[in-house]
Write a protein that binds this ligand. Structure first.
Ligand code: MF3
Ligand code: CO
Length: 252
């Protein structure tokens, strides 16, 4: 069940994860009113190339860009555009994957554009904390459902909802490996985790309904009620007594 990585492989994933995290941080520093999501995409592409890495997403099932840039009611898979100019009060979820020496690192963060409404700031905080809270229960020997349940109950206790239609995933030589990593479910569900499994944990949290729709372009996922959504993601490796974050974008 799932792929157990060797210490050598985990070291490779630490490298691709570090690159993905550094690129995400750089993109975050460029987020401000007036910038286009296409400009954010160019920054990510250049930063990946400068690090000797390739974008994980570009060309994946025909995806046309380096990053996903998902604004406000867009949950995930927003396609960067020259026409999309960020405005004060918006939020933008940036998702970026780095492919380096045979392994992928995948991470995401929702950035505020200038000052945002208090309930939107709360949505970002709760989503980031939900990821931290989920990772805090992660260790070898638990069922995956323990993590899923921890994320869901944290989010719902704050009055928000978790997306069901999209989930996290195993990651390694391929961007999407087994198992699927849902952000909802019961503690007794799912496979038992083992040390050396590498997972992309990525709660998508909606202010209103958990229901989503995919737009005509076949990519853009929006909330069914068009209320805002946030997305935070880390690639991690499961350890006997916890987990190690391989994409440390939120550490100094
Ligand atoms: N982090 C997202 C995922 O795990 C990014 C995929 S976007 C795609 O699915 F364009 F590559 F599909
Ligand atoms: Co992912």
């Amino acid at each position: 069940m799932g792929l157990i990585k060797s210490p050598k492989e985990i070291e490779r994933m630490r490298q691709s994860g570090r690159i993905a995290a550094e690129v995400l941080r750089r993109v975050g520093e460029a987020v401000r009113p007036g910038v286009t999501t296409a400009e954010l995409d160019r920054i990510a592409f250049e930063a990946l190339k400068a690090a000797g890495a390739d974008p994980s997403f570009l060309g994946y099932q025909g995806y046309p860009a380096t990053i996903c840039a998902s604004v406000n009611e867009v949950v995930v898979h927003g396609i960067p555009s020259e026409e999309q100019i960020l405005q004060e009060g918006d939020i933008v979820s940036v998702d970026v994957g780095a492919y380096y020496r045979g392994y992928h690192g995948d991470n995401a963060c929702t950035f505020p554009v200038g000052a945002v409404a208090p309930n939107v700031a709360e949505l970002l905080k709760v989503t980031q904390e939900a990821l931290r809270h989920g990772l805090s229960v992660l260790r070898a020997g638990i069922r995956l459902g323990v993590l899923s349940h921890a994320i869901q109950s944290y989010v719902e206790s704050h009055g928000f909802s978790v997306v069901r239609q999209f989930v996290g995933h195993g990651i390694g030589q391929r961007m999407h490996e087994e198992p699927q990593v849902p952000n909802f479910g019961a503690p007794e569900e799912g496979p038992i985790l083992r040390a050396g499994m590498t997972l992309a944990v990525e709660p998508m949290v909606n202010m209103g309904t958990y229901r989503v729709e995919v737009l005509e372009d076949g990519w853009t996922v929006v909330t069914a009620d068009r209320k805002p959504s946030a997305h935070f993601e880390h690639t991690v490796v499961v350890l006997s007594d916890g987990c190690e974050i391989l994409t440390p974008w939120d550490e100094s």
